[in-house]
Design a protein around this ligand. Sequence first.
Ligand code: HAM
Length: 442
Amino acid sequence: MGPSPVEGSAVIPGLTVASPPVPSAPPFRAPSGTHDVLPPESARWQAVVGRFATLAGRAGYGLVVNPVFEEIGVFQRVGEGTDVVRKEMYAFEDRGGRALALRPEGTASVVRAYVQHRPTPPWKVWYAAPSFRYERPQAGRYRQHHQLGVEVLGSDDADVDVEVIVLADELYRSLGLDQVTLALNSIGDAVCRPGYLRLLDAYLAERGDQLCGEHRQRRVEQPLRVLDCKRPECRDATEAAPRMLDHLCEPCTAHFNRVRRGLDALGTTYGLDSRLVRGFDYYTRTTFEFAATALEGAQNAVGGGGRYDGLVEELGGPPTPGIGFGIGIERVLLACDAEGVLAPPEATVDVWVVDATGGDAARDLTWSLRRAGVAADRAFDERSMRAQMKLADRSGARLALLVGPDEASAGTVSLRRLRDDDGTQELVARHHVVARVKELLA
Ligand code: HAM
């Protein structure tokens, strides 16, 4: 038996024609907090990812591609105290009853992959991946955003911290961003942090009623987060709070000093920020964040990361130190807009083929060019010569190849330089045109 006809469709034996859509139904839109990236904006996007791939590849990092969803436990190990895990996760059950979640960040998936595959350390990987957080959407804050990141697993050498931080910094600089600042901190390790937390806890207990509503409640379970809180009540109350940097143990101090010396040696400027604890429970020792000062304060973090020397164990692997960062592509592009850098490319292709003889020449010439590595395009639908020339101009191409009846019968192509004021044109033999185009574009 064939499929039953769709409700509301007209049925003619052997033919099913769908009715037009109900007129009152509004057209679909991308879900709140998500967006489509279309050309020409997508070319800037591609440029940022490409630049990052080059920088990371040059530093010996290999691309890692993880699934977009994982067993929910992978992310819960990141820390139940983390807002991203507590309140913002896209958690769901699949048809097989498995508890899964869309990736809210990249680190947990990379660490899960490390534990699963046990590559030889140090394992240096980069990624460009979507992340999903159920946040209140606003400019620069999305429910699906995209991160460029690196993770290095298997070395606690402070020079790795330096490498990772400088790599992120190089991306901003290479895009032409001048107004990105780096804040640096160390939040100690399992040896020195417990003692510091006792001091901080005692300090906060005396000022509990001066804190913001959220931290009055969460101060005991999340004392470090109080330091990071941007609300004025918490800012004022923690003005004179003990600083982790003053209470680091000897190995953490030595580690942090080497990180600082490395950044100084490589000319990467930073400011110390003893409040910088970042939003995930997994961090140890070095934490850092990049802020685009050209953007509005609340959403100006264009990247951040740090060390997580206990996370591999947390996810069932052997004791293995790790460090990495995530950079928000959308925010980097907003920062580029604010600083007026990274304009979209002016041209989609280098050559436009105009064919007034029916389309065979356009079909054959564009593919000869493309197969020779030249970016080329053409019009379809047998448009008029005038309309084709308009499209050629709009494409931003440097050269137009024109084939009219005369050229077709003589086996030639007219080659016009579009961006020259004089619109110089020359006649080229058809078999020589690809070589001549390459010569002119070189
Ligand atoms: P994160 O600070 O949560 O860290 O995110 C990294 C970057 O992603 C932020 O600095 C920001 O640029 C961007 N971002 C985060 N949330 C949003 C959002 N809702 N809309 C737009 N952009 C956003 C992490 O995710 C850690 N996994 C980074 C890391 C890697 N730490 C160690 N390794």
